[in-house]
Design a protein around this ligand. Structure first.
Ligand code: TRP
Length: 329
């Protein structure tokens, strides 16, 4: 049994890639490990969302996690800003984080390039806050994508540095949680790579049928095959992969056959795919809507998560204060 921590920034809704990727694995993991899943609303402040957007996004992601099957009785599901222990640990860890190493972080350098007018200190210390999120629960495993590997590496370094500084093995060094073969990669609609948040590339779980149809009809294709069994270009492969995920096997086989015989009409295939995505996401969409408008239920879930998460975090802060020499009179 591992202690697993995973955070998601409260910017934007979840898409099909998140659903089939991390989220479906979280749903399985929650029964096998001690899991802490949280919404990283402090982290999202590095880009200044307006107050309604911030709260609305937290509510949306929370509802999406619950609709997808995260069980608040199995996992600890909470909101980062509900734990005062996190900013406290963040402050303490900041004292042992060097400006030089923070400035050299890839994600920071990217932000300096992409938002030169808002290079705030929160961006610089983003990896320290993330380290606090993780080690506050003594996590042993963190499911991370490629873009977060360096942050996890820094978490290990901060944990090790703390242990060395105070000459005790207090914090474990968290390792990446590898989903291995289980992680299904969902392609996007813009012709290359994974589903992601760039405009028009993703189908969000909350997208209405009209929006789904429009996005799918706009998906990138090519001029069509001219030879029998012609190799597929990436955009076409992607559409077939999406169809494999959401459509019936016969539907997939039919279009594959059409392609191989050079009879394919991408417009028809996309219409079919859009319809199948809509049918597939329908129950989820309805569930998200009903959960997100159920304030008493959300309140109960959030309180339960906060209580469980704080019990774990409070012990860490108590220990850390003692180790550092912060003592009561
Ligand atoms: N930085 C992560 C991301 O952008 C979100 C995150 C914040 C996180 N704290 C975390 C992920 C702790 C794992 C563990 O995706």
């Amino acid at each position: 049994m591992e202690k697993v921590v995973s955070g998601i920034r409260s910017t934007g809704n979840l898409h099909l890639g998140n659903y089939y990727g991390a989220l479906s694995n979280f749903v399985k993991m929650q029964h096998e490990h001690e899991c802490y899943f949280f919404i990283a609303d402090y982290h999202s402040l590095t880009t200044y969302p307006n107050p309604e957007d911030l709260h609305g996004n937290v509510r949306q992601i929370l509802s999406e996690y619950l609709a997808a099957g995260i069980d608040p009785d199995a996992a600890t599901l909470y909101i980062q800003s509900d734990l005062p222990e996190i900013p406290e640990l963040y402050l303490l860890l900041n004292m042992n984080a060097y400006v030089g190493e923070l400035e050299r972080t890839t994600s920071f350098k990217e932000k300096v390039r992409s938002q030169p007018n808002n290079v705030n200190a929160g961006l610089l210390t983003y990896p320290v806050l993330m380290a606090a999120d993780i080690i506050v629960h003594h996590a042993s495993k963190v499911p991370v994508g490629k873009d977060q590997e360096q942050h996890l590496e820094m978490t290990r370094r901060f944990a090790r540095r703390f242990n060395n500084m105070y000459q005790q093995e207090y914090f474990p060094e968290p390792e990446p949680y590898n989903f291995g073969q289980e992680l299904l990669k969902v392609p996007g609609l813009d012709g290359s790579g994974k589903m992601g948040k760039t405009e028009g590339n993703a189908i969000f779980l909350a997208d209405e049928p009209k929006v789904i149809r429009k996005k799918v009809m706009k998906a990138v294709t090519d001029a069509g095959p001219t030879e029998y069994n012609q190799e597929m270009a990436e955009p076409i492969q992607n559409i077939f992969t999406l169809m494999k995920i959401v459509s019936h096997a016969e539907t997939y086989d039919y279009y594959l056959d059409q392609y191989n015989n050079c009879k394919i009409r991408y417009g028809d295939m996309k219409k079919q795919l859009a319809g199948d995505i809509i049918d597939f996401t329908e129950p989820l969409r309805e569930k998200i809507k009903s959960i997100s408008s159920d304030d008493p239920y959300l309140k109960k879930v959030v309180k339960k998560g906060r209580d469980k998460a704080r019990a774990s975090a409070a012990q860490t802060i108590k220990d850390v204060r003692r180790i550092i020499g912060i003592e009561a009179f």
